[in-house]
Write a protein that binds this ligand. Structure first.
Ligand SMILES: [Zn+2]
Length: 281
């Protein structure tokens, strides 16, 4: 029987008003005037991870890092991996290659300056690297990243690249390693198994069974959550589309307890540890 693999635990560090679901309702110009809850929520996650003795990777938005440098330093001091979620949380495929380079390059520099550590990893907002923008992998390598975790090999209305590889690969024969979000393959299609909204929607036991099934062959999986997903007290964006609100607010109250179970039911680590073998090659 293969050893129980270490899965990668990841957090996309962004605030409640920066999510793609509200992009049509809340302008970036208004971000500075909104109540910031990201620092307190990320501190709660750090405490949960400390309790469970779990280390993870924090894909942090440059915009957040600039306003909460002490938080970035606490993430690093606690032994977690600091990684980048870009600066402005703009969809990668809606940017020109030059704008994308500026966004991911400035975020990496800012995070390295504040955190005092090298930043190797990047996650595109809303998994926005797909068949429309394969050049993004080249730009990430040029901007000094060694891996990306931005491809979700599923069919979904907002994101996804259903025919992409399900396991780590080097796109376009380049130097960058892509670590796709975890999926289980059944009945000829891929089902999401990486957390996010599905982790709040489906019963916990279903998620656990799916990840166990994925781990059975010894491959490490990758899970993601957000600080706002454990914050039932966040301001409600009433003007947002109904579907966006359903997805964003679903089961927020239940998430902390679920996350705590998950932290204990599997072995977890940072991306650079869980995927150390693939990163080396
Ligand atoms: Zn995000």
């Amino acid at each position: 029987m293969p050893l129980r693999p270490i899965n990668a635990m990841t957090v996309d560090v962004e605030d409640w008003f920066q999510v793609q679901a509200f992009a049509g309702t809340i302008s970036r110009n208004d971000w500075d005037g909104l109540e910031r809850r990201v620092e307190a929520n990320t501190d709660r996650i750090l405490a949960m991870f400390a309790d469970a003795r779990v280390f993870g990777t924090f894909f942090t938005l440059g915009w957040v890092a600039e306003r909460h440098p002490a938080l970035v330093r606490r993430i690093v001091a606690a032994g977690h991996e600091l990684a980048s979620h870009g600066y402005w949380h703009r969809l990668a495929h809606e940017q020109t290659p030059a704008d994308f380079a500026q966004d991911v390059g400035s975020a990496r520099k800012l995070l390295e300056d504040i955190g005092g550590v090298a930043v190797a990893g990047y996650r595109a907002p809303t998994f926005s690297i797909n068949t429309r923008n394969p050049w993004a992998f080249d730009v990430l390598a040029e901007q000094g990243y060694s891996y990306s975790s931005s491809v979700y090999p599923v069919r979904h209305d907002l994101y996804g690249m259903p025919d992409a590889p399900r396991f780590p690969y080097r796109p376009r024969n380049g130097s960058l390693l892509e670590i796709p979000m975890t999926t289980v393959h059944a009945a000829g299609r891929n089902f999401p198994c990486a957390g996010g909204g599905y982790f709040r929607l489906l019963p916990y036991q279903m998620y656990r069974a799916a990840l166990r099934r994925f781990n059975r062959d010894g491959a490490p999986g990758i899970f993601y959550t957000h600080p706002w997903e454990i914050d039932a007290g966040q301001p409600r964006v009433e003007a947002a589309p109904r579907m966006a609100k359903f997805r964003h607010y679903l089961n927020l109250k239940r998430t902390p307890a679920r996350l705590q179970r998950l932290l204990r039911d599997f072995a977890w680590g940072r991306v650079d540890q869980a995927f150390a073998e693939a990163l080396k090659k």
